[in-house]
Design a protein around this ligand. Structure first.
Ligand SMILES: Cc1cc2nc3c(=O)[nH]c(=O)nc-3n(C[C@H](O)[C@H](O)[C@H](O)COP(=O)(O)OP(=O)(O)OC[C@H]3O[C@@H](n4cnc5c(N)ncnc54)[C@H](O)[C@@H]3O)c2cc1C
Length: 503
């Protein structure tokens, strides 16, 4: 006999499909225990399974009665997150009491199902009671085919509910430093917003404080090794109130340097120019920026839309990796541990992937079950970080003008560009690198099924990344379909030859 803890989101569409499964398991001599709200008591009893009651918070009164049903649908995860706060402790105690010979069976929307299994240290199986979801399916645009409207009231509820799940966030703190990271109880000292000196005694410290944060400085002397490359140029970026000039990102390679056109929203465009390192922002009035962008992005049939500049800034272009990403109970994640040049659009993706890996490693560590995942954190992440570093360095080297380039180097760059935009193998490699840092399988294991597909809008035979694959901020810039748009200044014979070759 197996004991099965059924943790299902308390909604008819999720509970009903599980009832025949429970009935069959009971008939085969297994013990099935459901944790559900009272309305399901009779339905569960009819299957022969045991019933334990959970109480979830009432619907939020702030949502107007005439709320679009799609908004209500979109808020379900937030509602369940709020419910998780209430029900998790009781369900966890109950599952622990059942003992180690228990299997948690949870449905895909039951936020606390997986958590309970992980913390209790018992095996878990997920039931897909409704649609399957993966990287090709977005909940917000999913089964109904239209985007859920973002009404302010709905987002307020969403933020509020998720906020309740998190630990308190302290703003305006000062003089932060990390102490004794090698000990069992590392400490973080700081001055709070009211000027009071405070100490936080921790199980672990996650150093997610960016490139200029203090976490790295808490490593003892000699414990960290830093690998670094500074590039002889910077990116001048603007945010402009103007609709994007094209529906895709454009990476432009020109005699005058690199330029990038990307979009933030239907009304806001983000644009970048390669400029020499040490350039001063005062030397770049808006007109000069638009003129330079127009020259570098010029190609037949393309009109650059200009508009008011909302933001303007310079970003250094550098590659940095610090190793290892862990010292004792201090763990680095994101820009605190590594920086990539923005050309590969990988920085935020790497940071999120670090955080995801770390969160998974902390569950068994903090519940006292195993240190194995946490022990492997630094090596696992550095393996991927270096892959992303190489990809970002490679994209940067291919697309920028270097002050000491000679004609030979320039022809090598063009040869690489032509190869990248004309070879299916090269384009596939670029797509794989573009998505790899956040994936759970490695390139060595081969492309995961479904990450590439034939796209009807692409050139015949060209494989491009699925447009539904998840991407971070501007993270999809480096897809082959987009790389094809990489261009030189339109008027030159070189550009004409490239265009002919593409055709
Ligand atoms: C121009 C540009 C374009 C980019 N484009 C992309 C892109 O298209 N795709 C992509 O994936 N990435 C991109 N990135 C990179 C991305 O922005 C970063 O890699 C990402 O933000 C790193 O996240 P993080 O949380 O590690 O660090 P950060 O975003 O730097 O966050 C660290 C936070 O910690 C806070 N902090 C620091 N010290 C303390 C302290 N003592 N106490 C309290 N708080 C503290 C900081 O204020 C900051 O809010 C781009 C970067 C730039 C500059």
């Amino acid at each position: 006999m197996t004991q099965l803890a059924f943790l299902i989101a308390p909604m008819h569409g999720h509970v009903n499909p599980t009832l025949p499964v429970a009935r069959e398991l009971v008939a085969r001599g297994h013990r099935v225990i459901y944790w559900l709200t009272a309305q399901f008591r009779d339905a569960v009893a009819a299957t022969g399974a045991e019933f334990r009651e959970i109480r979830t918070p009432p619907p939020d009164p702030r949502l107007p009665a005439d709320t679009d049903p799609l908004v209500t649908l979109a808020l379900i995860p937030a509602r369940l997150a709020a419910a998780a706060v209430e029900v998790l402790p009781g369900v966890l105690d109950g599952v622990r009491e059942l003992g180690p010979d228990t299997v948690v069976v949870y449905d895909q929307l039951c936020v606390w199902g997986r958590l309970v299994a992980e913390v209790a240290g018992v095996p878990a199986a997920m039931l897909c009671t409704t649609y399957a979801s993966n990287e090709h399916f977005s909940f917000l645009t999913g089964p109904h085919g239209r985007t859920v409207p973002r009404i302010p009231a709905a987002m307020e509820v969403f933020d509020g509910d998720l906020g309740r799940l998190a630990a308190p966030i302290l703003f305006d703190v000062d003089e932060v430093s990390v102490h004794d990271p090698g000990g069992d109880r590392p400490r973080v000292t700081f001055t709070d917003a009211g000027g009071t000196a405070r100490t936080l005694v921790c199980d672990v410290v996650a150093g997610c404080d960016g490139f200029h944060g203090v976490s790295r400085t808490a490593f003892p002397p000699g414990a960290l090794r830093t690998y670094r490359r500074e590039y002889p140029f910077a990116w001048l970026g603007i945010l402009a109130r103007t609709p994007p000039s094209h529906h895709e990102l454009i990476y432009a390679y020109s005699d005058r340097g690199f330029a990038l056109h990307s979009m933030r929203s239907p009304e806001i465009t983000r644009l970048y120019l390669q400029v020499p390192a040490g350039e001063r922002i005062e030397d770049w009035p808006d007109d000069r920026i638009w003129d330079e962008l127009a020259v570098r992005l010029a190609v037949d049939g393309f009109d650059l839309r200009s508009g008011p500049v909302l933001e303007k800034g310079l970003t250094s272009v550098r590659s940095v990796v610090t190793e290892p990403m862990r010292y004792g109970r201090l763990l680095l994640a994101g820009d605190a541990a590594h920086i990539v040049p923005p050309t590969g659009a990988k920085g935020m993706n790497l940071a999120v992937a670090d955080a995801l890996d770390l969160s998974r490693a902390l569950v068994p560590f903090l519940s006292g079950r195993s240190t194995e995942l946490l022990d492997g954190y630094s090596d696992r992440r550095l393996h991927r970080v270096w892959r992303a570093e190489h990809f970002s360095w490679w994209m940067t080297s291919m697309l920028h003008r270097f002050p000491d380039d000679d004609p030979f180097e320039r022809r090598l760059q063009l040869a690489q560009l032509r190869y990248t935009v004309s070879s299916v193998a090269a384009a596939t490699s670029l797509a794989e690198n573009s998505t790899w840092a956040c994936r759970t399988t490695s390139p060595e294991a081969g492309p995961r099924q479904g990450t590439t597909r034939r796209d009807s809008g692409a050139e015949p035979g060209r494989t491009v990344r699925s447009p539904r694959a998840p991407s971070g901020r501007e993270a999809s810039t480096a897809t082959p379909g987009r790389a094809r748009r990489t261009r030189r200044r339109s008027g030159s014979p070189e550009a004409a030859r490239l265009r002919r070759e593409r055709r």
